[in-house]
Write a protein that binds this ligand. Structure first.
Ligand code: GTP
Ligand code: MG
Length: 464
């Protein structure tokens, strides 16, 4: 039977003489390395061999540069953290903007970035700690200890199932490797130039919906609470206004901040005219029934019955016949493209109930032959490499796995999953953000045309 342990060094070209083996599998190591770029991991410390005492940890891990800690608990959780700053036992708080925590949710390590970078660690003679919130080998015992703090925002239930008993704790030295073409091959071609942005803007400005009777296509955004639907509209509006705007209310709350159906036309400030699409914003989806956007409401929106500013009521879905003016909606009023907005940092944590709700929405949407498009928003927080430079988005194998995960969990082709980063904290527009956002709009317009082409054919066939 094959050993459950693997070799000591991962990502290395040369074999390493190993006095002890590591518990981290090659698959998991690969996914963790994807968070860090082109790196090699070398096992420095293994608690079950060297002991859980802080002195044993420091003896092997001090002055080793960036390190990755991987812990295992009795309940099978694999979690830990990364720090880019050496352990020194200097007795001071360490600032480390690159530090992060992670926890494997299935095959994927969900990454929790440090909030500001301050108080990333207390570099004392004790065991390894992150933000003085998460202590490993606490009190020289095989135990993890969590206390409140502000450096990282995480929940001990999701992070390690609240099971404090460790079965192993390993620390790896993280060494940057020269980039090799195999590891960092761009998996989608994007031109990150001002010229490309201008081209995309020109495409969108000059786009004419396939059906000449229509001036604008309607794009519906659906997704879980806080996924970035309203921010997507704000971002697109900002690009065409030439400055950051925040017309749609966005932010974080337990339930959806957007409570009304909004159909936002987008004005091209430069040419002072409306662009050929309307972005329709909805309330967020929640896993429970009678909470968040209702599937019946989605059907009514798709068919063009729901008016702008309609206030959603999760207890009582929209009733078309109760509206004062009852008439069939025209094709212009219907939805021509549906975009599912998914937050990349949450996809692995999405409950099966919410997944099922999305699947039934997709069945409804497909019945009405809509085209679907997915977003991984909040990508910057999902991957440290991308946070450093958005141009790494199609070099990051971590983002690639996220895109594949969205594709498999929602049952759509990978080519329909488009990663974007919304404007959320920026004060000024930024070229790389614009290129991703505009590419998404370009795809939406193409998908809307595919739908109109399909509808046109049905009408033509009926006529024959
Ligand atoms: N870092 C980052 N934050 C984002 C991004 N997109 C949205 N956010 C933040 O995520 C939070 C939720 O965004 P919203 O746009 O309000 O999400 P929503 O889907 O409209 O949420 P509800 O209307 O409440 O269902 C806000 O605090 C945004 O600033 C992104 O791409 N990156
Ligand atoms: Mg919203």
């Amino acid at each position: 039977m094959a050993s459950m342990y693997r070799s000591v060094a991962f990502g290395s070209q040369e074999p390493t003489a190993a006095p002890f083996t590591c518990k981290l599998t090659e698959g998991k190591s690969k996914r963790l390395r994807a968070l860090l770029g082109s790196v090699k991991l070398t096992l420095l410390y293994k608690a079950s061999v060297h002991g859980y005492q802080a002195s044993a940890f420091h003896q092997r891990c001090d002055r080793q540069g960036p390190t990755l800690l991987v812990a295992y608990n009795r309940s099978g959780y694999i979690f830990g953290g990364y720090t880019s700053v050496d352990y020194f036992r200097c007795g001071q708080y360490i600032t480390d903007r690159e530090a992060f925590l992670f926890s494997f949710q299935g095959k994927i390590p969900v990454c929790i970035k440090i909030n500001s970078g301050h108080f990333a660690r207390l570099d004392d003679a004790g065991g390894p700690n992150f933000g003085q919130q998460l202590y490993f080998c606490y009190n020289n015992q095989p135990v993890v200890y969590h206390q409140r703090g502000n450096a990282f925002s995480f929940n001990s239930v999701t992070m390690y199932g609240n099971d404090t008993q460790l079965t192993e704790c390993e620390v790896y030295k993280v060494k940057q490797m020269p980039q090799t073409s195999g590891i960092n091959k761009q998996w989608r071609n994007v031109l990150w130039t001002a010229n490309r942005r201008a081209q995309l803007m020109a495409f969108i400005r000059n786009h004419k919906p396939l059906m000449t009777s229509m001036s604008r296509v309607r794009i519906l955004m659906i997704g879980p609470v806080g996924a970035g639907k309203s921010s997507f509209f704000n971002s697109i509006n900002s690009i065409f206004m030439g400055r950051i705007t925040s017309k749609a209310m966005s932010g974080s709350a337990g339930t959806s901040l957007t409570t009304q159906f909004r159909a936002y036309p987008v004005v091209d400030h430069h040419e002072r005219r409306l662009l050929p699409f309307v972005l329709c914003d909805t309330m967020g989806l929640e896993e429970q029934s009678r909470a968040g956007l209702d599937i019946e409401d989605i059907s009514s929106i798709l068919q063009g019955h729901v008016p702008d500013r309609y206030k959603f009521n999760p207890m009582a879905p929209f009733q078309h016949k109760e509206q004062r003016v009852y008439r069939p909606a025209s094709l212009q009023e219907k939805i021509h493209c549906v975009a599912y907005v998914i937050d990349a940092t949450k996809i692995s944590l999405m409950s099966s109930k919410l997944e099922e709700k999305l699947a039934s929405i997709r069945r409804r949407v497909n019945m009405l032959s809509k085209i679907t498009l997915h977003y991984n928003s909040i990508l910057d927080e999902a991957c440290p490499l991308v946070e450093k430079d958005l141009q790494n988005i199609y070099l990051s194998s971590y983002i690639k796995t996220k895109v594949q995960e969205v594709s498999s969990r929602l049952g759509v082709p990978v080519s329909c999953v488009l990663p974007v980063k919304n404007y959320s904290q920026e004060l000024e527009l930024e070229l790389n953000c614009d290129v991703l956002l505009l590419t998404a709009v370009q795809q939406m317009l193409n998908f809307a045309d595919d739908y109109l082409d399909d509808v046109g054919r049905v009408e033509y066939d009926d006529f024959l």
